[in-house]
Design a protein around this ligand. Sequence first.
Ligand SMILES: [Zn+2]
Ligand SMILES: [Zn+2]
Length: 355
Amino acid sequence: MKKIETIPSQSKALNLKAVGDLVYEDIAMKELTEGTVLLKVKACGICSSDIERVYQNGTYHFPTVIGHEFSGQVIAVYDDENENLLGKKAAVFPLLPCMECDACKEEKYALCSNYNYFGSRCDGGFSEYLVVPVWNLVFFDQISYEEAALCEPAAVGLHASKKANIKSGDDVLIIGTGTIGFLIGIFCKNMGANVYMAGRRKESLELAEHYGFIPVMNDETIKDNLKNASGKEFIDTVFEVVGSNESINTALSLAMKKIILVGNPKEDVLLDKQNYWRILRKELDVIGTWNSDYGSTKNDWYDVLNMIEKKEIELKDFITKVYALEEYQEAFDLVKSNTLTLKVMMKMDGGNESE
Ligand SMILES: [Zn+2]
Ligand SMILES: [Zn+2]
C-alpha cells in the first residue's frame, strides 16, 4: 500500500441504523484490497431517494452509510502500480457490478442482475473516507468537488436525454421539475431543443425560465396552457419525470411522436383507454430509460465531465446549498421541506477546499 497522508483508524459517517434513525458517528475504516483505493470524500449530494431511504424504505440492511453522489481525492492505493493515482480527484460511479452476468459482459452495468451499490446496498459517500475500486473512479481536474459530485444525477439526466435523439430545433416537453427534470432540460437545450417545462409550482416555473425553458403550468388546463405557450396541441418529444399515474397519462395525451419514461413509478399505472389509443394511432414510441452508461465506449460519466470541464454546460448554480457533514439534520430537513431545492450537498471538511 502507498499513501500520501496519515490514515486514521475511524471515519466520521452518516450511518442509517433503522428507518428514521440516521446517526453521525465514527465507523471503523475498511481495509484496502487489490484493485482499490482509499478515497477521502470531499462532497456528497443528497438524492431524493436518500430521503426515501432514511424516512420510509430503509436500506437493504442496517446499518448502512448512505450517499451515492460523491467525489473525493485518492489518498492511498493498495497496488503499487496505481501509485500514479495518488492525489488525483475523482467522481465515483456508485454501482459495483458482478462483471459476470450477460448484461455486464455487454458492459450494460446498470442492468447487472447481481450488483452492489454504494449508499444503498453497501456503505456509501456520506463518510470522510471510503474504499473504492479503481474501476469506479472517474477522474477530473478542472472543476470543484461539488460540481463533480453532480456527475451522478447529471449522467442519469444525460442518459435520458440521449434516448430522445434530439435534433436542433426539436420541441421537447418535460413534465416534472425535480433535479433530474431540470438536468434533462439543460442537456436537451444544449442539444438545440426548444424546451418546455410543465410544473405545478410557481417557484419551479420561475426557475425553469431562469434556465431558458418555456414554463407551462401543469393543472387541469395543461392542454390549453401548452397551446398558449407553444402554439401547438402536441409536442414531438415528451419526458415524463414524475412517475405518477396522472403524469404518465398527461404525457401520453400531449406527445406527438415519442415519450421518454424517466420517473420511478409511485403507484400502479393505469392508462386511460383514450391515451392507450393514442399510442396506437399516433404510433408513439414509448422509451424507457434507466440509470446511466458506464461502458468503455458508451459512457455518460465521461461525457458529462467533459461537458462541465469544457463549460458546455454550467451546473454550478445547480447547487442550492452546501452543509458540513455534521449539519446533516439541517441539510436533510431542507430537502424534505417544501422549499424549492435542486441539489443540497455536504462537504466533508466543511471548509473551503473548492476551487
Ligand atoms: Zn440519486
Ligand atoms: Zn452483472
